[in-house]
Design a protein around this ligand. Sequence first.
Ligand code: C2E
Ligand code: CA
Ligand code: CA
Length: 561
Amino acid sequence: MEKFRIKSNYKRHILIVDDEIINREIIGNFLQSKYEITYASNGSEAIDIIENRENKFSLILLDLFMPVMDGFELLDIMNESGLVKSTPVIVMTADKSAEIKCIKLGAIDFITKPFDLPEVIIARCERIIEFFEDKNLINIAEKDSLTGLYTKDFFFEYIRQINTLSSSDPMDAIFININNFHLINELYGRKKGDLALKKIGEKLLSIANNTLGIGCRIESDNFYFYCSPQDDYADMLKEVQSAFDCCDNHHKITLRMGICKNITPDEEIEIFFDRAKSACDTIKNDFTKQIAYFNNELKETSIFNAKLIDDLDDAIANNDLIVYYQPKYGILTDTPVLKSAEALIRWNHPELGMISPGKFIPLFESNGLIQKLDQYVWEQAAKQIKAWKEKYNKTIPISVNVSRVDIYDLTLEDRLNQILIENEISTSELMLEITESAYAENAAILVSVVNKLRENGFKIEMDDFGSGYSSLNMLTSLPIDILKIDMIFIRNMMNDAKSLKMLELILDIAKFLHVPVVAEGVETKEQLTILKERGCDIIQGYYFSKPVPPEEFTPFIEAML
Ligand code: C2E
Ligand code: CA
Ligand code: CA
């Protein structure tokens, strides 16, 4: 049990409720070397004290017979408010016959009057306090077997207990992550990866000793650390980083750290660690920085994000999310022809106005809500295909964006098929755009999902090609039907010979593979001409139209009838 014990530097507080001064003094004297003591002379005074105290008492010692409000009545009130569940009560009595009634009211133990030996009473109080503190912790898996740090659940329960016991001195919440941890696993094997995590665990445990700190590993290579405020976190980072000094890896392991300072523990503690993490996320790809502090700007972003998360369901229910459509034109004919459209979401928020997807798509991708949003967009797009088909007797295929989160969802194909069935459309009419970076992230899984979708008849467009790290080489082995070149290329090709050369190369390879190419972000006639001369099949961009709501899209259809 010792391992569960909350650090002893926090002095517990005991409330002694007895109307007789002599009794209060005797028992108080026994306990005062180990505990902080507060006295009350009857039940009503005790309630005032409990209600006005910020922190919890670790134990209440209660006399039964007192004027104004007796011990039974106080127990009754504590029982009703649920207080007896979190604060143990030991009844001090000379009357054996009252015990049953007290137990029914939630008392946990008895001390008989006249009092036993001091040692017996102290031992009893100690045992009951430990028992109560352990009770909450005992059900939770305590340690992460790899690092020796606490598990997340235990970590938060532990902090909550510390906070109910000690006065609210400010503390700091810290998030630590290994840069590109997956690379260590991939290059050197999982064993090396595990060793790195273990070493961080060891370092954090030793730092915890000097900083009144406690640490946990939340998952993978993410660590939380909670400690008294430090003047210089560069020192702490250096100390953790030194875990790798001895390693003969060719790959230098580096860490990054996000800090949320001077937190007041009366609020929900998890929020502060979310903030530390969001600070850390701001330096994710910036290798010149290793430490980031949570600040006001981030606070506003996190409040804004929390609002978006809260409001998503309402937005769907109230049609505040509107699907816009941007036309794609085939340009290899003399006059451009409307080929299809891309569905792009817009959020017309009742309080915040029009919000661009750049503000909420990455957020919803990070917490999985994107699936809900994508499902909604797919349904709307399918309805739109059906509606235009009925109205114009013609299919305008629509491409929808499929987020990387959707790819890992085993029900993806069923969900898509269901939408097709409900709207009586086919797989050739609803096309799927998958961003290049999803291919690069986990090529094996993605390829198998995409292969299945293609077997089912879906057309897959690789979106944002060239924006990530994929190589031209990859193109030859990946299952795709259409290649969508990222708008960065289009922007750069005008004034950068290398970009233009690259674009020509991509177009050549695509032609060789018989894969049509879409260029997106085309804004000028000049860009269109360059692309047309080099054999690019389809163009999407402001040159033809911005994404527009369905009613503004119909003129494009009507123009080609
Ligand atoms: P994306 O899929 O690459 O979409 C193309 C983006 O380029 C759109 O931005 C579009 O409005 C913009 N665009 C098109 N032509 C031009 C142009 O000529 N010039 C410029 N400057 N921009 C142009 P948007 O609508 O803001 O969407 C941004 C991103 O948000 C999209 O990038 C896509 O990744 C994501 N997104 C939008 N709707 C959805 C959705 O329903 N589901 C998912 N998962 N992602 C979506
Ligand atoms: Ca797209
Ligand atoms: Ca794109």
